[in-house]
Design a binder for this molecule. Sequence first.
Ligand code: GLV
Ligand code: MN
Ligand code: MN
Length: 421
Amino acid sequence: MQTTGSFAKLAEEVLARCRRLALFSEDTCGTRRTFLSPPMKDCHREVSSWMKALGMSVSVDAVGNLRGLYPGASLGAPRILIGSHLDTVPNAGAFDGILGVVLAVGLVESLEKSKLPFAIEVIGFSEEEGVRFGVPFIGSRALVGRVDQELLDRRDEHGVSVRKAIQDFGLNPETIPDAQLRDDVLGYLEFHIEQGPVLENLNRPLGVVEAIVGQNRLEFTFSGHANHPGTTPMHLRHDALAAAAEWIVTVESTARETAEMVATVGFVEAKPGATNVIPGEARATLDIRHASDKLRGQTLDDLIRRAQAIAAKRGVSVEWRTLLAQNAVEMDHFLTGQIEQAIRGSGCQPHRMPSGAGHDAMIVAEKVPSAMIFLRTPGGISHDPAESVHLDDVAKALDCGFQLLTQLASSQEFLGRTCRA
Ligand code: GLV
Ligand code: MN
Ligand code: MN
């Protein structure tokens, strides 16, 4: 039986491991580890060594998800999945996604070789952020059978397709269907930093996610006319970047006027991109999120109409394409109730909350009852090197996870569940 003291020691190891993985980066300065990049191989090697030391069998599926299986008490026992993602945003912190994978390995360690009535499959998803190909969740999409030809044909900024990236990593895209979940999966659990200020403001270490808000990601291209900036009078210009800029400010004000709506233009590119050329083309992305799918859809339609109106007024054209359209997803009621109980068992007061960030759980939930536990995020800072987590909160999360596994192992309701995969 684990004690609070041993969770504290394990928590130290979890934090040290997260920091070690942050060194596997495509950039010399800061952490950037995108889908199937060379440092992802190093990351796999490191995490695999921890898994193997615990008697787990390790494999990498055809989209590059790292999967470690800790067997159950009997042959053919069902399994639960515990995981998160191993890819990062550019200039990332050390914990977004990574903590959920490392903590899952720590939970297996906390079992001290004892076996449960279910196997535990720890998954390190290869792609959640959408950085390399502009499309997030490639890893978890493979588990639910949603990697299609269109996705495989998408190209990164160097013209490399998803299919080619898979081959270059030494994997076979033909075997992607083998990554799909089978009907022996009882549920999916994901530990993740909250990435916001709510738990910190409430002075609570752990939270239970009730639902993950829906999101759309799009790319807009404004096309005007490049021209000479010294000779072209202001009223005769068709400046694509100025049109994009006016629209970006509209995006911000529209979101501000709608309760709980968040909308972000996180990437802008002007072409040809020179000080002394009026921009002929401007690309801008849009990320829009809200708990209500209806309101999000209406606001998105409005922002598209505004882009058209702004472009028309300026003699510029605008086109857009959808990169992601993901509805809000509710977490499994039984599992969220069990998590609340486990949080209480670890001496904390649980807080139920929605997640404004997207997570692999929202994809896996299509096929398997899924739930998430949030860890308080100091300063609410994430997607930044300053991202952190308290050692004591990690110890509490391990304690909570251990209690949760113990509860589930003795729950006939849980063990009798059949999965939709
Ligand atoms: C994932 O980090 C997201 O953008 O929600
Ligand atoms: Mn993230
Ligand atoms: Mn994440």
